[in-house]
Ligand binder design. Structure first.
Ligand code: EPZ
Length: 418
């Protein structure tokens, strides 16, 4: 089992390039199932979850060719519209193939995603939306089975709460449905918008992606195309916080400043410098002790829940008290006891963490529990006095491509040990 070993105290300096968005690449790969023609996707991040999705597409019968950050998917024949437990258990985003499979083949059998560290994460909203489009859905033996032998029909779908992959799933089902679908209370995330761009290039008719109401007029067939995935705003945000927490100065290339606007605002509030140096470039720097700043996670364009743990790490050594409120997931504070082992002073009260800044953190042995919690432990290790050893870094590998190499290249004392 790999571990990361970090010796803290080094301000980061230099440039870092951001990779493609994992959470845009996953629905984009699923969308390839909607056409019998080849789809070429570029800037696909070679992270573990992407590998799992590629295996899943191949399992259904698609031809998948991976060449570095380029993936060609040719779903000519889908003999096996199923997502087996062994693949789904390692990646809950497999529910993203439910909509495309039932739209393309009239049936789908997808293992129910287990919960994960951050919460129960049911897919009831995905299921009720697909039922509104005419799919008959049963659940048994841990699998969701969807049938639509006569195809799907357009419908009015209103999500009782905003769901990112729920919006993506039903969008991918609606593009081949007979008639118009309106999705109300839709997710507005950049990844949803990027999926709509891909589907439109494939011939879909979609309006309103990025707003709370998306209109889709179904078409009979979709064609192949090429598409470059947007940059990963969570990787960008993680490196922005790395610059701030180490009192360093980083140029973040290949990012979309607008996608990290909420974080940029909070970093400025905390006393860091954050400025755009070009359409795809941000510079973040900090000197001296930062001030505490409160955050409340919200759906996009609010503060991203996927950056909550990382920002909390930043607040552990800020001056004052920061209140971190998590509104999206019910159990997304698994990083708190690990940060406390490093000397952080954090008190949990319901959906809030009260972070009282301390002068310094000390290195310790800690355990990663989920993807973004592990990123917050890396950030804490970069500033802690002494050595931090992070166990179970496979969580980190699910969403970050060689994070230790990128951090070492800008001055961090970090290495992977067996
Ligand atoms: C996506 O997950 C992301 N994953 C998550 O990133 C991200 O944290 C999340 O959106 C919120 O931004 C991908 O895009 C692959 P939701 P998703 O459906 O779609 C509840 C990461 O670190 N809900 O928007 O699964 C759910 O339990 C991951 O890359 C239902 O109750 O999140 C949660 O409390 C972690 N029923 C809330 O809604 C449903 O049917 C928002 O979940 C669906 C969701």
């Amino acid at each position: 089992m790999d571990k990361l070993c970090i010796r803290g105290g080094k301000p980061l300096a230099g440039e870092v390039g951001i990779g493609g968005s994992k959470n845009a690449a996953l629905p984009a790969l699923a969308a390839c199932l909607l056409t019998a023609e080849p789809v070429r996707l570029t800037r696909i991040p070679p992270v573990r979850d992407i590998g799992t999705m590629e295996k899943l597409l191949a399992w259904t019968g698609a031809l998948v060719e991976v060449d570095g950050g380029e993936v060609l998917v040719h779903a000519g024949e889908l003999q096996n519209p199923e997502a087996p437990y062994d693949l789904v258990k390692t990646m809950r985003a497999s529910s993203l193939v439910l909509g495309p499979l039932v739209a393309r083949t009239g049936r789908a059998r997808v293992s129910m995603p287990g919960g994960c560290a951050i919460g129960a994460r049911p897919i009831n909203l995905h299921i009720s939306a697909l039922e509104a489009l005419g799919a008959r859905i049963t659940q048994s033996h841990g699998y969701v089975e969807a049938q639509a032998p006569q195809g799907l029909h357009g419908a009015e779908v209103r999500f009782e709460r905003i769901t990112v992959t729920g919006t993506e799933d039903v969008m991918m089902a609606a593009v081949l449905a007979d008639g118009e679908t309106v999705i109300a209370n839709a997710a507005r995330e950049p990844e949803v918008q990027d999926l709509a761009v891909l589907l439109t290039k494939m011939g879909a008719q979609i309006d309103g992606a990025g707003t709370e109401t998306i209109r889709i007029r179904g078409v009979a067939k979709l064609r192949g195309t090429e598409h470059r995935i947007i940059p990963d705003r969570i990787e960008a945000g993680t490196f922005m916080i790395a610059a701030a927490i180490t009192g360093g100065n980083l140029l973040i290339r290949d990012c979309v400043p607008e996608h990290v606007h909420a974080l940029t605002e909070q970093l400025r509030q905390a006393g860091a410098e954050a400025s755009e140096e070009g359409p795809c470039t941000l510079r973040v720097s900090a000197g001296g002790r930062l001030r505490s700043a409160d955050i409340t996670t919200m759906e996009y364009p609010g503060f991203a829940t996927d950056l909550q743990a990382q920002f909390m790490a930043l607040m552990t050594t800020a001056q004052g008290i920061a209140i971190v409120t998590e509104t999206i997931f019910e159990n997304r504070f698994m990083h708190v006891p690990e940060l406390a082992r490093m000397g952080a002073n954090i008190r949990l009260e319901g959906g809030q963490a009260i972070v009282a800044g301390v002068a310094e953190l000390t290195g310790a042995q800690v355990i990663a529990s989920d993807l973004r919690a592990s990123a917050s432990l890396v950030l804490a290790g970069l500033v802690a006095k002494g050595e931090t050893l992070i166990d179970r870094v496979y969580h980190l590998d699910r969403g970050y491509e060689k994070i230790e190499a990128k951090l070492a290249a800008v001055g961090a004392d970090i290495r992977r040990v067996q």
